[in-house]
Design a binder for this molecule. Structure first.
Ligand code: NOJ
Length: 730
């Protein structure tokens, strides 16, 4: 059957089903509730967390279309896979007993693997996946995540985050693929393709959800859920393209920005949710609100005069499903609004059709049992190996003076610092629990940095540090111990967090960590500085003094092992920064800045620039050439370049192609990443790489807010070489 035939069948099914539905059943489809609404008390610890009477009330009396989350807010935590299968099966069976047998779609935040299924494979977080510059790995993590989600009996993943990370204070920076539009689009699209395959009705595939549409990631003050002021040109240039790429990659659902842009809350923005998302991007799936965000148009934003008006505003702006999530107020209010005609039936039918379409596309109507066997699909050796590889490629070697790294396996090492002996600091939020901070729930068999170092080396390893992140480290003891060892591994950074709980006032490193670092530097031993955490905290002073700096960000459950692999040279690092690492807390300038941000007194002078990352070997690119030096408007151009391993070790290198528009009617960034490829090369090996730059790559948002290519000169940049071409208009 062709894809078109399959679509026609689904459209037919949707129409037929919709025609049989009552208004109540329709409004129910648009309602999503949190697990706590159907849970027994303390469901997170109960053997059978579902309260049958509550579930019946949700499904029979309120016809809910969707349930989300793990048992049970606010103390929620990961559950054993068999329990998940049982819980979701209970829901499935009850839905199958309703008049029209419409399945409930169960949604979960599986943002770096199946977060809420115990012992699942938890990958590097998005910021670290971006550091791999490896779309193949992103594809594989998508595949594995979908498999583990489906083996858990779950249906739908609230991932990937397609927000662009250009505000480093924002406590969800690490959930993004970094500051660059092309990198984020490429990594996110690959993840979606792996997660969904060609047909996400397949047993081991599942629908994804692009979030948080749009502008959520750029709060002016850096705090979560606070206003962004993004002009239309910047929106179109920096924040919409990754969502457009996700739509193109086939993501059938979109979650909405919890905050506001230019004075309009995400959930009230008709222009974004309908005109642009549907009209321009051609999105056909459904939108889901974020947590409680419809009622917040009333309680928080004071945009609506009542909860009822809030529902009307949101639904009419283009919200198809409401993550209510704690009660049935949305259901009651929308029912009333529909009965009085304030929300027209056509709008309800439209939203419900979109939801039903995705349910059909996901194969939910055909499924009576948990989709996928656990055996062979959950924590497979292959999945663990992919995770290990991802972690290895995610770690960024930022500095390596006098080749202090790799360390000898006989060296005697003092390991100290608050991130040296915890798994949570390498995983971040959305790990086992929402905040990811319950270290006691982490799998015992995974290695912290300290344990991984101890396993690798026959040299003496001493640890000075606490059990928890906030335990004060005895500085005197650390300094004395440092004197007794060849080298100090100093592990600093952040504790895990997400959303509002991760708000900070400054990017500066915690003063206690600085104190520890200063005291250690005082005695002059070589120091390898390692950081874990979701944001680039300011390390300039200590990075200058350290012999080596290794930026771990959030490399996931295999992060400790991967870091030790790199420290001792069993793995050659290949990660590159997906963000510019600021030198000072207010010096936040992205690599693709405007010319005037690096003009006269202004400079792009980060501690480490975007795409910075060292290797134990060296690479050189040469022979940059273009297929022609002149093209016509609307044509593409090919770029060829050679990359050679000029050092003594096999290694991987991501080759990056940047473009600059020499003159345009709107100011252009000094350069923009347009393509990249990662290759592995043996010493002396050389490879020729080909790229194509399309009209889209040469385009800009013109004076009238339309995407255009303007005739003129362009410069292609790879490594130290540049090549020019002209676009002419005939
Ligand atoms: C709120 C978060 O903003 C969003 O990312 C998440 O998917 C939902 N809660 C559901 O947990």
């Amino acid at each position: 059957m062709s894809a078109q035939e399959a679509n026609e069948i689904i459209e037919d099914q949707v129409r037929t089903l919709l025609a049989q539905m009552t208004l109540e059943e329709k409004v129910g489809q648009m309602t999503q509730i949190d697990f706590s609404v159907i849970s027994v008390e303390n469901g997170q610890d109960a053997e059978n967390p579902i309260d049958p009477a509550k579930l019946e009330n949700a499904i029979f009396n309120h016809h809910v279309g969707s349930i989300l989350n793990t048992p049970t807010t606010p103390n929620n935590k990961a559950q054993p896979i068999q329990k998940w299968r049982h819980m979701t099966q209970t829901i499935r069976e009850l839905a199958a007993k309703t008049r029209l047998k419409i399945p409930v779609i169960y949604g979960i935040d599986a943002i770096h693997g199946a977060t809420y299924t115990q012992n699942s494979v938890l990958f590097p977080q998005a910021i670290s996946m971006a550091a791999t510059f490896n779309t193949e790995l992103s594809f594989k993590t998508g595949e594995i995540t979908a498999r583990e989600v489906k083996a858990s009996g779950l249906d739908w993943n609230f991932s990937p985050v397609m927000d662009i990370g250009r505000q480093p204070l924002w406590p969800r920076l690490w959930e993004t693929y970094g500051e660059d539009v092309h990198l984020s689009s490429a990594l996110g699209s690959a993840f979606i393709q792996g997660h969904q395959g060609d047909d996400f009705a397949q047993a081991d595939k599942a629908p994804t959800c692009l979030k948080h549409y749009v502008g959520y990631s750029y709060p002016l003050n850096g705090k979560d859920r606070s206003p962004a002021w993004i002009g239309e040109r910047a929106l179109r240039e920096y924040f919409l393209p990754s969502f457009a790429a996700g739509v193109k990659a086939g993501a059938p659902t979109v979650m909405i920005n919890s905050a506001e842009v230019d004075g309009i809350p995400g959930h009230a923005n008709y222009q974004y949710l309908t005109t642009i998302l549907r009209g321009e991007m051609g999105f056909k799936g459904f939108t889901v609100s974020d947590w409680e965000d419809i009622i917040r148009l009333y309680t928080r934003d004071k945009m609506a005069a009542s909860p009822r008006q809030a529902v009307k505003i949101a639904v009419m702006a283009g919200v198809d499903m409401s993550m209510v999530p704690f009660d049935f107020s949305f259901y009651d209010l929308l029912l009333d609004l529909a009965k009085t005609g304030e929300v027209p039936m056509s709008r309800i039918d439209e939203a419900v059709s979109r939801i039903l379409r995705v349910k059909y596309q996901s194969g939910l109507f055909d499924r009576t049992e948990p989709a996928l066997a656990v055996e062979g699909n959950f924590v497979t050796d292959e999945a663990v190996a992919v995770n290990r590889q991802a972690a290895r490629e995610a770690i960024v070697l930022a500095k390596n003076d006098r080749q202090i790294l790799p360390l000898s396996k006989q060296a005697s090492i003092l390991v100290t610092g608050p991130t040296a002996n915890l798994l949570s600091v390498m995983n971040g939020g959305w790990t086992i629990t929402w905040q990811g901070s319950k270290e006691e729930l982490y799998p015992q068999d995974k290695l912290t940095l300290l344990k991984a170092i101890q396993q690798k080396t026959s040299g003496k390893v001493t640890y000075v540090g606490g059990k928890n992140f906030s335990d004060e480290i005895n500085i005197e003891q650390a300094v004395n111990a440092a004197r007794q060892h060849d080298v100090v591994v100093l592990a600093l950074g952040e504790k895990p967090y997400t959303e509002t709980e991760g708000n900070i006032e400054s990017l500066n490193l915690d003063p206690l960590q600085l104190q520890l670092a200063r005291a250690i530097f005082e005695i002059g031993k070589p120091v390898v500085l390692i950081t874990f955490g979701g944001r680039p905290r300011i390390i300039t002073e200590i990075a200058d003094k350290a012999q080596a700096v290794v930026l771990g960000f959030l490399p996931g459950m295999e992060g400790g092992s991967a870091m030790a692999d790199i420290l001792f040279g069993d793995v050659n690092p290949s990660g590159k920064l997906p963000i510019s690492y600021p030198r000072q807390t207010n010096d936040v300038v992205p690599y693709d800045h405007k010319p005037l941000e690096a003009y006269e007194g202004n400079q792009y002078r980060p501690l480490y620039p975007f795409a910075h990352g060292l290797s134990y070997t060296s690479f050189a690119t040469n022979g940059l050439r273009l297929s022609t030096d002149q093209i016509e408007l609307g044509e593409s151009i090919d770029v060829t370049v050679n990359v050679k391993n000029t050092g003594a070790r096999t290694g991987k290198e991501a080759v990056l192609v940047y473009l600059h528009d020499a003159a345009a009617s709107v100011t252009r960034p000094v350069k923009q990443l347009k393509a990249f490829k990662k290759v592995e090369l043996a010493p002396g090996q050389e490879q020729s790489l080909q790229f194509t730059l399309t009209p889209q790559d040469m385009s800009l948002i013109g004076i009238d807010m339309q995407r255009v290519v303007e005739a003129g000169e362009f410069k292609v940049m790879v490594g130290h070489e540049t090549a020019e071409f002209k676009v002419v208009k005939h």
